[in-house]
Design a protein around this ligand. Structure first.
Ligand code: FUB
Length: 307
């Protein structure tokens, strides 16, 4: 694959690539992709892996946004959100997702809380999918003391969000235990109790989506992580486990997926450590491959393409 990345002093950067030219972002390390289909574009939101080559843990201070209208040409927009935009947060721009409701865009993020020990979920709001985003709530939506099923401090991570056909919004999240709760129409407050979903070998990275009247809950399975999924006819379950969707992401011990339909095709967006020579678990890269459904609604296993 060739690196067609170019930058201009005044405008956004352009990365020319295709779904067979993975990874799609080559000038930065990117992880934890989330994608939003809005009007005739796909917006890709990712964490920025900034760990130096000799540093073996996450160093993540900001999230990045890219857009495309053809899944081939990706445009980077100026950095729209940083950990420091959440006054109550201390560090760790971990996994996130953006959703649109009534012309407003809600960016749910994972961060380390500044005063409540552990990870927390916050939400920033914008009038545009590319920002600027503002923490209008001014505090965390989910904190570590609200869920007590595990003793770890990083169980409240990886938000994924969906608005069902009846207008009810739901937030799913979690490491080790998958949680979910309803959101109020304002999208910044929970609306009811936090519930848990039993899923085999659940690690983290839930992604909720709907396709042809089926609900899909995909997630990172075991560690190192594969992606597995369950299906249901209702967003409240019961969820039926359907198996592995994607393999361990090469030399990255995490995998993290977004699944979308765009212009009549389905896509599986994920990360691996494929930029040589220093790519790996803490220097990841977002990739895109096609996803195909079977007639019964199950999803075919996605084969990673890394050129
Ligand atoms: O990027 C930090 C963490 O790694 C994410 O929150 C997890 O999903 C895993 O990808």
């Amino acid at each position: 694959a060739q690196d067609n990345t170019s930058a201009s002093a005044n405008g956004p950067k352009k990365a020319t690539t295709s779904v067979t030219n993975n990874p799609i972002i080559k000038d930065k390390y990117t992880g934890d992709p989330a994608a939003l289909v809005y009007k005739d574009k796909v917006y890709l939101y990712a964490g920025h892996d900034e760990a130096p080559n000799d540093f073996n843990f996450y160093k993540m201070n900001e999230w990045l946004v890219y857009s495309t209208s053809d899944m081939v040409h990706w445009q980077e927009h100026p950095v729209p959100l940083k950990v420091t935009d959440f006054a109550w947060a201390k560090s760790d721009a971990w996994a996130a997702q953006v959703i649109e409701r009534n012309g407003k865009f809600y960016w749910y993020v994972t961060v380390e809380h500044g005063t409540i020990n552990g990870k927390a979920i916050g939400v920033a709001v914008s009038d545009s999918p590319t920002g600027p985003f503002k923490d209008t709530l001014g505090k965390a939506l989910i904190t570590n003391d609200m869920t007590t099923q595990t003793s770890i401090t990083w169980d409240d991570i990886d938000p994924t969000v969906m608005i069902d056909d009846d207008g009810q919004a739901y937030l799913f999240w979690g490491n080790t235990v998958c949680h979910y709760a309803k959101l109020k129409a304002n999208m910044t407050e929970l609306d009811g109790p936090i519930q848990t979903i039993p899923l085999p070998n659940y690690t983290e990275a839930p992604w909720i989506h709907k396709h042809n009247n089926w609900y899909y809950l995909s997630y990172a399975y075991q560690f190192p992580e594969k992606i597995a999924y369950a299906m249901s006819k209702s967003i409240n379950g019961p969820w039926e486990y359907k198996g592995i969707l994607n393999e361990i992401a090469g030399n990255s011990n995490t995998n993290h997926q977004a699944i979308i339909d765009f212009k009549g095709k389905s896509y599986f967006i994920y990360h691996n450590g494929s930029i040589e020579p220093n790519g790996g678990s803490f220097r990841r890269s977002v990739c895109v491959d096609r996803l195909f459904y079977n007639k019964d609604g199950t999803m075919k296993r996605v084969i990673m393409t890394t050129e």
